[in-house]
Design a protein around this ligand. Structure first.
Ligand SMILES: *[C@@H]1O[C@H](CO)[C@@H](O)[C@H](O)[C@H]1NC(C)=O
Length: 339
């Protein structure tokens, strides 16, 4: 089996991956191999063991339902997962591929995103999540914008939040973080982060302003066991999850992982319904709502591993765009549903 995969059509730029980060060559089928022309948009969707078949299928079906065929989609496993590979393998469209990292990294899909960014030859890339989906006009609309604006380096668009049955948990999570971020420091409110568990339960992580976040995370992992779901299964990852929402990550260089504490909590806007996307840190930014020119994205890389890596990636892309004189353009349309 392994040698069969080794010959697969793995294409990646030499600069996209740090040395020593070994990836399995599980990239199946070349994008548009037949006419040797890459589609404009490459969509990268990380997947992990807790993502259901149905979620993967929603993502793949929404691309088959696009009005434009100018896309390729790679589902990237956080470690090889025969189940997810089989779900993707049921789709025979050559634009749909499965790839996997050499092992599970449990870092919110960031290592799979980094792998996916280096795959394929499309001139534009969207790094998203597999439990999201896009409206049928998504590819057509984005590609039209790209074609009409040769000076574009990034195109972003509005989105909706659909918590898919986690609505109550999500609302509690957001209300807690909002109260935490908005409250005057002297009120010292308690914040509750809600974490769905693999066994279907929903756990609460409670902390107060000034708490040692790493200690809170350690206690949580000790109480729940290494079963937090979503690949976030150790204290460092849970601490990162908390810190990503609490601390400004502005000072974190790529690859620094999740520094704890130090920053100020930021006020989060309402996290439900229609999101008027922005590229700043107001919380109305999601990496799935941003298409980036692949050459720019690869120069920047996706080297961050903390929970707010999206922000760091987009900020670095914007800096690179400014350096090379390209523009970030907003599409005033809602093209994406984020879960
Ligand atoms: C998910 O897909 C895999 C691979 O086809 C299959 O073996 C499994 O039974 C499916 N699970 C569910 C819950 O349908």
């Amino acid at each position: 089996m392994a040698s069969q995969w080794a010959n697969s059509n793995l294409k990646r730029s030499s600069g996209a991956m740090p040395r020593g980060l070994l990836m399995l060559s599980l990239y199946i089928a070349a994008t548009n191999a037949r006419n040797n022309e890459s589609p404009t948009l490459h969509v990268v969707a990380p997947v992990h063991a807790a993502i259901t078949n149905a979620s993967i299928e929603v993502m793949l079906n929404c691309f088959l339902a696009q009005t434009s065929r100018d896309w390729a989609l790679t589902v990237v496993g956080d470690g090889y997962d025969a189940r997810a590979a089989a779900v993707v393998g049921r789709y025979t469209d050559p634009r749909i591929n499965y790839a996997a990292t050499d092992r599970a990294y449990g870092d919110h899909g960031h290592t799979p995103r980094e792998l996916g960014l280096g795959l394929g030859e499309s001139p534009w890339t969207v790094l998203t999540g597999v439990d999201n989906y896009y409206v049928p006009l998504f590819v057509e609309t984005v590609v039209e914008k790209i074609r009409a604006n040769p000076n574009a380096g990034l195109v972003y668009y509005d989105f909706l939040l659909d918590m898919k049955g986690e609505l109550a948990a999500g609302a509690a999570y957001d209300a807690a973080l909002r109260a935490y971020g908005d409250a005057p420091a002297e009120e010292d409110p308690e914040a509750v982060v809600v974490r769905p568990l693999l066994d279907g339960r929903v756990a609460e992580i409670r902390f107060r302003r000034g708490d040692d976040v790493a200690a809170v995370a350690r206690d949580f992992v000790a109480a729940e066991g290494l079963n937090s779901g979503g690949g976030c299964d150790d204290a460092a990852c849970v601490a990162d999850l908390l810190a990503g929402h609490m601390a400004s990550e502005a000072a974190r260089p790529p690859g620094s992982g999740g520094a704890i504490g130090g920053g100020r909590p930021r006020a989060l806007p309402p996290y439900s319904g229609h999101i008027d996307a922005t590229l700043d840190e107001s919380g109305r930014l999601d990496v799935g709502a941003v298409a980036v020119r692949t050459d720019v994205a690869r120069r920047v890389g996706f080297g961050w591993r903390h929970h707010a890596a999206d922000f760091s990636y987009v900020r670095a892309v914007l800096e690179e765009l400014a350096r090379v004189g390209l523009e970030a353009l907003k599409l005033p349309q809602t093209l994406y549903v984020h879960n």
